[in-house]
Design a protein around this ligand. Structure first.
Ligand code: SAH
Length: 345
């Protein structure tokens, strides 16, 4: 049965019209789901009983179940959640001074095969539906409701490649962004891709205000192809062309993610190449400390060396930030907790 959380507001309006409900009822239902955050159709008290019964027979309203919760010293919380079919998924809540950010997964496993990433340790089993992504946000929001807090930012940077599940991810963003619902501002929602070029064009053409982040991690083709197989299909010149197209259609600043891997992509020549590559773009580089994944053998760069890299980029007139580490004491790398759990199963 289709989950009610799969429906965008427009889908719900269409459905209510189709079954002959008054048009304002879509609004009521949507608010019950996302403002009042009820767990059962019977809690929708201003919907007539026969209509609630009909809703029940048309849609499921199941939630995710909590398998494990890890809380780190810096208050980062990692949730291991199970979907209806028993698949496991991780999502992470991070607290910043500007608000609370949730990192959402978009697939079970991942097929992109990036050599440093824990998510790819388990091949893609399936895409997540829009509902399953919405449910991650709702699960965490319901936890936060107990403390009168709210999820203010969403990043689609958990396990999976969002542009390999494009339609569901777009529906998900529309659902959490809608004014009558969670109302998470488009500018507070970020989708991160390893660089599936045709979908960067498609995303650009949507002319939406969501943020785009690109997992770059290497400033030349040889190195990038050795780390990220996607670069063989869409090398840097094609990727940068797509990004320039996106930039021409959207006035949003682009983020380039760059994990520092010791002895691999952290040399001064890489700073020069990186500066050259993104010259002229309204962009910044987010330097990410590597979360060491046992299976991969890459080493993280110490803080001092990361600062040298950061300074080098600043001197080359590249805007950059050094990402604050979160949850390094709790299996923080995407897919790490799930991979561990699957091994133990
Ligand atoms: N597939 C998408 C989104 C998921 S990965 C993408 O590639 O962007 C989200 C980010 O985490 C990516 O930049 C990814 O490269 C990075 N990442 C993966 N494994 C990591 C690790 N062990 N330590 C730090 N960042 C990691």
């Amino acid at each position: 049965m289709r989950s009610i959380y799969d429906l965008t507001f427009n889908d719900l309006v269409e459905w209510t019209e189709m079954v002959g409900y008054k048009s304002y009822q879509a609004k009521q239902i949507y608010q019950w789901l996302y403002r009042h955050r009820v767990n059962d159709f019977d809690e929708m008290t201003d919907i007539a009983k026969d209509k609630r019964e009909f809703l029940k027979s048309s849609f499921s309203m199941k939630n995710l179940t909590l398998v494990q919760k890890q809380v780190s010293k810096d208050k980062t919380i990692k949730y291991l959640l199970a979907f209806e079919d028993g698949s496991l998924n991780e999502c992470v809540l991070m607290t910043y001074d500007y608000g609370k950010t949730i990192c959402v997964s978009s697939q079970v496993g991942c097929n992109m095969g990036c050599s440093f990433c824990a998510s790819g340790l388990l091949k893609k089993q399936r895409d997540l539906s829009a509902a399953e992504m919405v449910q991650q946000v709702l699960f965490v929001q319901k936890e936060l409701d107990k403390e009168d807090e709210r999820v203010s930012h969403v990043v689609i940077m958990g396990s999976g490649e969002p542009f390999d599940n494009y339609d569901n991810v777009m529906a998900f963003m529309r659902i959490i962004n809608h004014d009558l619902g969670l109302a998470i501002g488009a500018r507070h929602i970020t989708v991160s891709t390893c660089g599936i070029v045709p979908f960067i064009y498609r995303f650009a053409d949507e002319e939406v205000q969501y943020n785009l982040a690109i997992s770059l991690h290497a400033p030349n083709d040889e190195l990038r192809s050795s780390l990220m197989p996607i670069n063989k299909a869409y090398p840097l010149n094609e990727l940068m062309k797509a990004i320039k197209y996106y930039a021409s259609k959207n006035n949003r600043r682009i983020t380039f993610e760059y994990i520092l891997l010791k002895g691999i992509n952290d040399k001064s020549e890489h700073i020069k190449q990186l500066a050259q590559l993104i010259k002229g773009l309204n962009a910044y580089v987010n330097i990410i400390p590597y979360n060491q994944v046992d299976e991969h053998g890459f080493k993280k760069v110490d803080y001092h060396s990361a600062m040298i890299f950061y300074d080098g980029l600043m001197k080359a007139h590249v805007k950059c930030t050094l990402r604050q580490e979160h949850g390094s004491d709790i299996d923080a790398a995407c897919g790490q907790l799930r991979a561990k759990h699957e091994r133990n199963r």
